[in-house]
Design a binder for this molecule. Structure first.
Ligand code: FES
Length: 100
């Protein structure tokens, strides 16, 4: 098991539940999807490069690099660093080329 890259901080935070790859996860309500997912433990890479197959993850966290894309509520290629979490949001990491 890997260690989460960020922790929630000391004050209690209000959370919402999102569905990440079919698994309900409580995340802070004011976070972007990328920040929330970086806070929780990931069992596999965010996604893989379509060209090289190397693992990818959020890089710029400001909407420029497109390394953080994921499917959100059936909409593919959403920049998770620009998308605030919402209760019940369905997030699917990876893409068709990741499913090997
Ligand atoms: S992390 Fe760069 S666009 Fe989202």
């Amino acid at each position: 098991m890997s260690t989460p890259m960020f922790s929630a901080g000391t004050p209690p935070m209000r959370t919402v539940t999102v569905i990440v790859d079919g698994v309900p996860v409580a995340v802070p309500e004011d976070f972007t999807v990328a920040a929330a997912l970086l806070m929780i433990e990931q069992r596999r890479p965010w996604r893989r490069s379509a060209v090289s197959g190397t693992p990818r993850a959020p890089y710029c966290l400001m909407g420029v690099c497109f390394e953080c894309v994921a499917q959100i509520d059936d909409q593919p290629n959403c920049r998770t660093c620009l998308t605030p979490v919402r209760a019940g949001m369905r997030i699917t990491l990876g893409g068709p080329h990741d499913r090997v």
